[in-house]
Design a protein around this ligand. Structure first.
Ligand code: HEM
Length: 494
């Protein structure tokens, strides 16, 4: 039936894009194969085979249009109506994150997005920068203990470091994952992205009966239990702190009815993200349910720590491979900090780190932290050359391909941070945080964390290469064998 349908209008429109002929039922699923980690490499091969341009494929009954042209990426992401995420992505993520902001649509998405946004404004972020010093010190102590020994698998430290940062900055609790690296959340969350990616590429995923008999199902249920428990612990911990603050404020202002909005703004100086959730009310006026807050915390903690820690690890890996680039990053740090190389960076210092910024951008271009994002079209979408992506298609921004597009980048295979000083670059050539109404809500926070942490590390250590990583372009890119690097303390900090 699908095959017949494809002969109709949708297929007519889609067939104007290059791509292989889909088979009934499986589409081009067999070309993608059964190994989710291999699937992305096969997609890159397909892009090359079809002339390094936008191309189409079908996965089971789902039609995908893979974009690599900046003008078309602009059309898609700037569309204020097309805000739905692709079905296959949502199906893969829902078991873990429910209808959190990253998956939901309509009223729930709008209200949560509105609630989250102030936590990522400059005013709230200035305070976050103050928390970096303490956790960086613990990170340094751990890396120092490796001096002269085997290379460090930097994932082991950067992931818990970022979990600690997010817990303090966004949830207002000290969790100390870095000192407690056997925590069940760390073990469970490290397996999640592989399973999510497996779900994403499985075209049998919509058959829940079949899925229940796949080997990953039990493992998935255990992981979901652990990550949700972790979020519950965070919520309980913060609720206690918050209740104490509310009680104290009430007893100091006995006859005043507490207005939570004013309380957040004044007493909590903008409040942390979790406070906003705990004190928020649902549309019927009741306090927001813990199950809903849990979904949002689970999503934010997971994507927040993995995207940032992987980007930082990749930046360190690439600096180890290109010592001349590492030297330029260090020179800039020396110019900013002068003799006082151990002090914490101010917001102004972070703004001045232009070469470090270019290095981070080139890192994300070279090894895209998020390989694909997309939209499930509600209506036909006209692309820049007049061709139409028909309603129902999953239109995917294929970052792996966009980053290697020869019409966008000269010598795309070359690692060259300086390319980001070119002011003539298309504004949608490089949109790693997405763009438009559904962009990354936390991109400013991400930039501060990335710059502040890498600045601290590079001022203290020379980074040298270790065994080759094996990158897999999962829903978030990671190396399947970790990322092992040598860290040598610089004389300046000895
Ligand atoms: C290097 C770091 C990061 C990168 C490259 C990144 C990238 C992205 C991208 C591409 C999207 C759009 C996803 C899609 O359309 O499918 C997104 C959305 C999102 N990101 Fe980030 N992100 C980063 C860090 C963070 C951090 C640190 C947090 C939280 C603390 C965060 C929270 C979110 C949320 C909640 C959304 C969903 C927004 C919505 O759908 O309205 N991200 N991010």
């Amino acid at each position: 039936q699908d095959f017949v349908k494809k002969r109709g209008y949708k297929w007519k429109k889609l067939s104007e894009f290059p791509g292989d002929r889909p088979l009934p039922l499986v589409g081009n699923g067999l070309d993608i194969g059964f190994d989710a980690d291999e699937a992305s490499f096969r997609l890159i091969k397909m892009w090359e085979k079809h002339g390094k341009q936008n191309f189409r494929l079908s996965v089971g009954s789902e039609d995908w249009l893979m974009l690599c042209e900046p003008e078309d990426i602009k059309v898609l992401l700037n569309d204020n109506f097309e805000l739905s995420k692709p079905l296959e992505r949502n199906a893969a993520m829902k078991p873990f994150f429910g209808y959190s902001v990253s998956t939901s649509e309509g009223e729930r998405w709008k209200s949560v997005r509105k609630l989250m946004t102030p936590s990522f404004h400059f005013k709230a972020l200035d305070r976050a920068a103050d928390d970096f010093g303490k956790h960086t010190q613990t990170l340094f102590e751990l890396i120092d203990s490796y001096e002269g020994k085997s290379p460090v698998n930097i994932y082991t430290y950067l992931k818990p470091y970022m979990l600690d940062m997010l817990s303090v900055n966004l949830f207002g609790v000290e969790k100390n994952y870095l000192k407690n690296r056997d925590h069940p959340y760390i073990k469970s969350s490290s397996k999640m992205i592989k399973i999510i990616t497996y779900n994403y590429f499985s075209y049998w995923r919509n058959n829940s009966y079949l899925v229940r008999f796949t080997p990953l199902h039990t493992e998935m249920q255990n992981i979901i239990r652990d990550v949700k428990q972790n979020s519950s612990d965070i919520i309980t911990q913060r609720r206690k702190i918050l209740n104490k603050m509310i009680e104290e404020t009430k007893s100091n202002n006995k006859n005043i009815d507490l207005n939570y909005d004013t309380f957040i703004e004044d007493k909590l100086a903008g409040g942390c993200l979790l406070d906003r959730f705990i004190l928020s009310v649902s549309p019927n006026g009741d306090p927001e349910k813990d199950a809903i807050i849990n979904e949002e915390i689970t999503l934010t903690l997971f994507t927040g720590h993995l995207t940032t820690s992987m980007t930082m690890c990749n930046a360190m890996y690439l600096m180890s491979l290109y010592p001349e680039v590492q030297q330029k990053v260090l020179d800039e740090q020396k110019a900013i900090f002068g003799k006082d190389l151990n002090r914490q960076a101010t917001t102004q210092d972070l703004n001045d780190m232009k070469y470090l910024e270019a290095l981070i951008k080139e890192t994300i271009r070279f090894i895209p932290t998020i390989p694909r994002i997309g939209r499930q079209l509600q209506k036909d979408l006209k692309l820049s050359d007049g061709r139409v992506a028909p309603a129902g298609t999953s239109v995917i921004v294929f970052f792996n391909a966009a980053a290697r597009n020869p019409r966008t980048y000269t010598e795309p295979e070359k690692f060259m941070p300086e390319r980001f000083f070119d002011t003539t670059m298309h504004p949608f050539a490089f949109v790693p945080f997405s763009a438009g109404p559904r962009n990354c809500v936390a991109f400013r926070y991400a930039w501060i964390v990335l710059k502040a942490t890498l600045s601290n590390i590079i001022r203290r250590y020379e980074i040298l290469p270790g065994p080759e990583p094996k990158f897999a372009f999962r829903l978030i890119t990671e190396s399947t064998n970790g990322l092992h690097l040598h860290y040598k303390k610089r004389d300046i900090c000895a």
